[in-house]
Design a protein around this ligand. Structure first.
Ligand SMILES: *[C@@H]1O[C@H](CO)[C@@H](O)[C@H](O)[C@H]1NC(C)=O
Ligand SMILES: *[C@@H]1O[C@H](CO)[C@@H](O)[C@H](O)[C@H]1NC(C)=O
Ligand SMILES: *[C@@H]1O[C@H](CO)[C@@H](O)[C@H](O)[C@H]1NC(C)=O
Length: 187
């Protein structure tokens, strides 16, 4: 009787445990607990990414380059750090919904292409204010339509994975506005 009650209690405790609670008290050694219960959700987000290299207040700055970058037609080896605004509409002055922070490097020798590693932090929606998704992806920027990989997330988007359909909205010199449609699977 006692043992049955105890095991029911343990099962109830384990079932009610969330991942963040489990995180707190992990000591070195084996600790395997059920991970987040319940169905996965899918969230779709639509916004515009503004990459501004020119002007007095650039949001993308060149931080390094290789010896051969200047003679490369694809800027192979150039590395940029970014803190790019994400807005609701294509107009840079439309509502700010988040920021893309990270870096991209020119990784194509023969084709203009980037490797991007960035966190998209969302700030405009109460439900996921402060939550982010992590993007690590190839970005062949001369193609109008591209697809980017979502490899993780924080907060509301813990355990995220998914993809972004990206489309160049406007190019002006090295500056670009890109439309993003995110499909995010998370708990
Ligand atoms: C973690 O361990 C401490 C010390 O044993 C305990 O006081 C605390 O309640 C535990 N936290 C959780 C979330 O289990
Ligand atoms: C998001 O969080 C920040 C910091 O806590 C807060 O200042 C802001 O008002 C919040 N915005 C929304 C839309 O919830
Ligand atoms: C995003 O989705 C909307 C609505 O389905 C569509 O009109 C638009 O073309 C899509 N844009 C991208 C970049 O996939």
């Amino acid at each position: 009787m006692g043992a049955t009650y105890f095991s029911l209690l343990v099962v109830a405790m384990v079932l009610s445990m969330t991942v963040s609670q489990a995180d707190e008290n992990v000591s070195w050694g084996d600790q395997t607990v059920p991970h987040k219960m319940g169905m996965e959700k899918m969230t779709r987000l639509h916004f515009y990414f503004h990459d501004v290299v020119t002007g007095d207040n650039p949001t993308a700055v060149r931080i390094a380059e290789a010896r051969g970058t200047k003679s490369s037609s694809t800027m192979f080896g150039a590395l940029f750090m970014i803190d790019d605004p994400l807005t609701e509409g294509p107009d840079p002055n439309s509502r700010l919904v988040g920021r893309a922070q990270g870096f991209y490097g020119h990784s194509g020798k023969n084709e203009m292409s980037l490797i991007m590693g960035m966190s998209l932090l969302f700030t405009a929606n109460e439900k996921f204010n402060g939550s982010s998704i992590s993007v690590l992806t190839r970005n062949p920027i001369t193609h109008t339509d591209r697809e980017f990989a979502i490899v993780g997330g924080t907060g509301y988007f813990q355990f995220a994975r998914g993809y972004i359909s990206g489309k160049t909205y406007r190019i002006s010199g090295p500056d670009a506005i890109v439309e993003y449609n995110c499909t995010i699977i998370h708990y």
